[in-house]
Design a protein around this ligand. Structure first.
Ligand SMILES: N[C@@H](CCC(=O)N[C@@H](CS)C(=O)NCC(=O)O)C(=O)O
Length: 362
């Protein structure tokens, strides 16, 4: 038996894990998450319909791409996607949070506002691979509408859409300049940060046809990076830049994260701390309320997900556990990034752990 990876071509987080598994040289079989697979495998094992799910050859079930990646990082030696050096590791972990938990906003916007009909067909083809095209479209429409329905609670509405597009286009321009000089974020080897970004930038923003046309037109070097990431030519190859160097071209990308995502995460942490105090012993929900976020000067409302805080703990823990000399080097670098003090001083009163497919208080 080999590792079994349950996922799909449309899925943001499947794209993240698959790109990693291919680079790491993991031998696995990908199984489409058809309706039957959700019913007989995913829900019984994980407790809810979610992808991707990995069932290892030892029979262990892993959900959440970060845990899937960390499992194989520990198991397979050789080059790692986690840089050893302090600043690069910090930047890689921050970029994972930015990709996984923030760029889902443009990803969902472009998918559902530019590719809707096409996506329904794709949803149907995954859910019922043997059905006719008409049946697939009907099935896909039903299934896809649930995902489309997430757009408003993610903060995507008529008022925020122009700002979401302006921000995404500026991000593409920044990344295009970066990838003119470097193959990946931190050199010739992909890092965990590249895998965070590839989730939204592959399935929704490259593979969905109307989104892909925009990316290829505005940022051809980003599209070429997507292709390098998902069509792995040489597993386990490449190096991070020497001397713990973080390219200058990543500064505007980090500044965007600090300006847009960090204040939102701080509000989320505040809401979550109050929720946890008022609801001891209660299972942690996917959202603890709605809060505001600001993109390109426009403020909207979106759900406050505790899961994003668990992701942010990874760079925070790394930063706070640094030895003095590393910390001062990291601080010197962070001082070049506008808004980084929101990260350096982040208040997280209720640290989280993720066990048995659930968030719990630490
Ligand atoms: N943070 C998780 C997220 C997994 C996730 O949200 N997957 C999406 C598809 S790409 C899904 O199945 N959503 C349905 C749900 O969570 O109810 C990961 O990294 O695996």
């Amino acid at each position: 038996m080999t590792h079994k990876f349950y996922g799909g071509p449309l899925s943001l987080y499947s794209g993240k894990a698959r790109a990693y598994l291919d680079w790491k040289g993991v031998d696995y079989e990908e199984i489409l998450s058809a309706t039957e697979v959700y019913k007989t495998i995913i829900v019984p094992k994980v407790g809810r319909p979610v992808i991707p799910v990995m069932v290892t050859e030892e029979g262990e079930t892993l959900q959440d791409t970060t845990l899937i990646i960390d499992h194989f990082e520990a198991k397979i030696g050789g080059p790692s996607v986690y840089p050893d050096t302090p600043k690069q590791r910090l930047v890689a972990l921050l970029m994972e949070v930015f990709g996984d938990e923030w760029l889902v906003i443009p990803a969902m916007h472009y998918r559902w506002n530019y590719n809707e009909e096409w996506v329904y067909g794709e949803f149907g083809a995954v859910a019922a691979p043997d059905a006719s095209k008409e049946e697939q479209l009907a099935i896909g429409r039903e299934r896809g509408q649930t995902f489309k329905g997430f757009c408003p609670i993610l903060g995507i509405d008529d008022q925020t859409i122009p700002a979401i597009e302006a921000s995404y286009e500026a991000l593409l321009a920044d990344l295009d300049r970066h990838f003119a000089q470097y193959d990946y974020l931190l050199g010739s080897r992909p890092s965990i940060g590249d895998y965070g970004l590839i989730g939204p930038l592959y399935a929704h923003l490259y593979r969905d046809p109307a989104s892909g046309e925009i990316m290829k037109r505005l940022a051809p070097r980003v599209a070429a990076w997507v292709e390098r990431m998902v069509d792995v030519q040489q597993p386990l190859s490449g190096e991070f830049l020497p001397g713990d160097e973080v390219p200058q071209t990543l500064v505007p990308v980090l500044e965007r994260m600090m300006a847009e995502q960090m204040p939102f995460l701080q509000k989320t942490a505040g809401i979550f701390a109050a929720w946890a105090e008022a609801n001891p012993e209660t299972e942690i929900p996917r959202a603890v309320g709605m809060t505001d976020f600001t993109v390109e000067g426009v403020t909207g409302q979106r759900i406050a997900p505790p899961f994003s805080l668990w992701m942010l703990q990874r760079p925070l823990d790394h930063y706070r556990e640094m030895e003095a000399a590393d910390k001062s080097a990291a601080d010197e670098f962070l001082s070049t990034i506008n808004g980084a003090s929101a990260f350096q001083n982040f208040a997280m009163e209720q640290p989280l752990a993720f066990r048995n497919f659930k968030l719990i208080l630490q």
